[in-house]
Design a protein around this ligand. Sequence first.
Ligand code: CMX
Length: 137
Amino acid sequence: MIKRIHHIGIAVRNLKESVAVYEKMLGIKAHIEDVPCQQVSEAIFDFGDEAEINLLEPMGPESAVAKFLEKRGEGLHHIALEVDDIDAELKAMQKKGFRLIDEEAREGVEGKIGFLHPKSAGGVLIELVQPRQEGEK
Ligand code: CMX
């Protein structure tokens, strides 16, 4: 079951500059984190129970976000939907005809994640995320 929008990912060329713009807009401070497994530096704007906004700057030319910026420029990169059982949800999405980028969930910053291909989702990259519970590694 899809529970809510967990975060919206926005690709940016310069994290420092974009963080300044978004901090001015949103009136809250970002938490900055490097995510080597996804080859991005992220600025996370956390609204508590509401969806986060995450700014993503590529860590190198091989990053998926670097390729995205080259092809499409800055802007909406993905929408992340929260689920409570990612393995079951990925299987269900595949059954419903969505093309999976990840057949199996992998570890992300905030829990287990898996992507659906934008070509099967109206041109938008969709991430499913099962957030880590408190105390869980
Ligand atoms: N949103 C919408 N369309 C996208 C896209 C995105 N984020 N990324 C790529 N595309 C489109 C491209 O524009 C291209 O379309 P055309 O064929 O019409 O030109 C098509 O998808 C193929 O793109 P590509 O540049 O050839 O790139 P790849 O196929 O090598 O990879 C994708 C595309 C989505 C499979 C890859 O980016 C991926 O695996 N993404 C998931 C992981 C990820 O994005 N991680 C980033 C950080 C996430 C996080 O930390 O939260």
